[in-house]
Write a protein that binds this ligand. Sequence first.
Ligand code: SF4
Length: 315
Amino acid sequence: MRNDELLYAASQLARHLKRSGVQWMPGPDAENVARLAESFQLPDARPPDGAQTPGQSAASRKPASTPADGPRKSAASRAADRGQPGRRPAPSPPDHLGDATRSRLAGVPPMEVSDGPYPGENLLAPQRVEVLESLANTVAQCQRCPHLASCRKQTVFGEGSVTPRFAFFGEGPGADEDRTGRPFVGRAGQLLTKMIEACTLRRDDVYILNTVKCRPPGNRNPEPTEIENCREYFTTQLSTLRPEYVVCLGAVAAQTLLQSKLSVGRLRGKLHRYFDSKVLVTYHPAYLLRNPSAKRAAWEDLQLMLRDAGIRTGQ
Ligand code: SF4
């Protein structure tokens, strides 16, 4: 692996560890990478051209833009001009990456960035377990949607790793989930498990949750009021877990999380942002069971995310 690829992989890993509750990491900057490379006696431990070298003061670094660039408005301020407060410029691959890495990332469309860091404290794993268990108990007694609460056998809170790099966000429980209390365990769930494994992950590595925690009768879509009633629960789950990637499965999940009215067809093909998480939109496994020809597109969506995450699947 080249030094620049190593730097990129290290920065991805550092972000994931921080999200997972690790309190301190050496910063993934050129100085730390050079130190680490030196300690492992890599032959080419030079920091990338133009990067700060050990001992070089921040003041002596070349600024990212010069007066010759002219006054530039930030994307955030341009967005504010358009009446879209809170939007931030989408980052592009760092300049110091080598051609190989940049070309590998060239297939990754730019992210849409619409929010800042997750609110609240980044909890350690045992604290996350505590918060989620307490929330699951609250959800189990929830009566906010009287009709759903009277029809359900039990609530389906969600399950998986409390330090996930990836979270899969679905629509709502079906009959199998209502019976077992676990998300995505029916035929669609089996397909989701295959999709997760195709990503070289295990189901236990990720977290799986739904937009609503009670089964809508007849497998109808949840009503907007039911989604709003349940919003507090899934937002607390996500802000506790802070996954690096959230995969929205189907229109209900995508439109709810991204607060958009666009179809899956319009939302897929790029990475969006939900607080600190990158968001991928793809088809719901139940839709893929009904429309097998869409499986190829869904796999392309997942590959887009995997390229961004630096995961190679060999396909
Ligand atoms: S769907 Fe959510 S908000 Fe509605 S009753 Fe179930 S747990 Fe409560």
